[in-house]
Design a protein around this ligand. Structure first.
Ligand code: TYD
Length: 207
């Protein structure tokens, strides 16, 4: 199936400000007259939001690393079928807060090296990459402090501390070199509005 929409993703460590940037970009593009779907992972469709609760609430150790990878992938498959692909087919701009690169990092690197398995499963069940990925790069300690300031019931990877945050930051930067055609790295250690300005410029070039 060919489609005419544009698929944009935001990636970065917890507390990098990517969710705010995704929201601001959606507003900006809507102001310019684009039809925008703003969505997130894990989640973004009814079924995937149910799976989100399974992976982010309750005792995180109740799933093995492999089962967790299957759950994130199942959520993504539902999100793709129900939300992302229909929107792209209708020519819309899809902005997604996290996508497969997060699985390459978190499930691929946090509990041993499962990257090979992540890639195989992605090829088998997802098979789609974004047109453009905006990596909001951020000092891990600042990110951690910000993320910890938010209270909630969800267990996130930020709870594993600074070492993992550092590993994830380095991993995301390495990923940007692995996929240089679609990745753009943006310095997130600045005022939100400055970061948003860069994001908008890059996206408008692509549009
Ligand atoms: P998110 O809601 O984006 O959290 P934040 O706004 O703090 O960045 O993501 C929740 C958590 O889910 C986050 O710690 C990263 C994790 N995650 C994975 O481990 N694998 C995945 O494939 C995705 C999409 C998210």
């Amino acid at each position: 199936m060919t489609d005419s929409g544009l698929f944009l993703t935001f990636e970065g460590i917890d507390g990098s400000g990517k969710s705010s940037q995704a929201r601001m970009l959606a507003e900006r593009l809507r102001d310019l007259g684009h039809d925008v779907v703003l969505t997130r992972e894990p989640g973004g469709s009814a079924g995937a939001e149910e799976i989100r609760r399974l992976v982010l609430e309750g005792d995180p150790d109740r799933w093995s690393a492999e089962t967790e990878l299957l759950l994130f992938t199942a959520a993504r498959r539902d999100h793709l079928e129900r939300t992302i692909e229909p929107a792209l087919a209708a020519g819309k701009v899809v902005i997604c807060d996290r996508f497969a690169d997060s699985t390459r990092m978190y499930q691929g690197l946090s509990r041993g090296n499962l990257r090979g398995l992540v890639d195989q499963l992605h090829k088998l069940m997802i098979g789609r990459e974004p047109d453009l990925t905006l990596l909001i790069d951020m000092d891990p300690q600042i990110g951690l402090n910000r993320a910890k300031g938010r209270q909630g019931t969800e267990e996130r990877f930020e709870d594993f501390g600074i070492d993992l945050q550092q590993k994830m930051r380095a991993g995301f930067l390495a990923l940007s070199k692995e996929f240089p055609d679609r990745f753009r790295v943006i310095d997130g250690n600045r005022d939100m509005d400055r970061v948003a300005q860069d994001v908008t410029e890059i996206v408008l070039q692509t549009l």
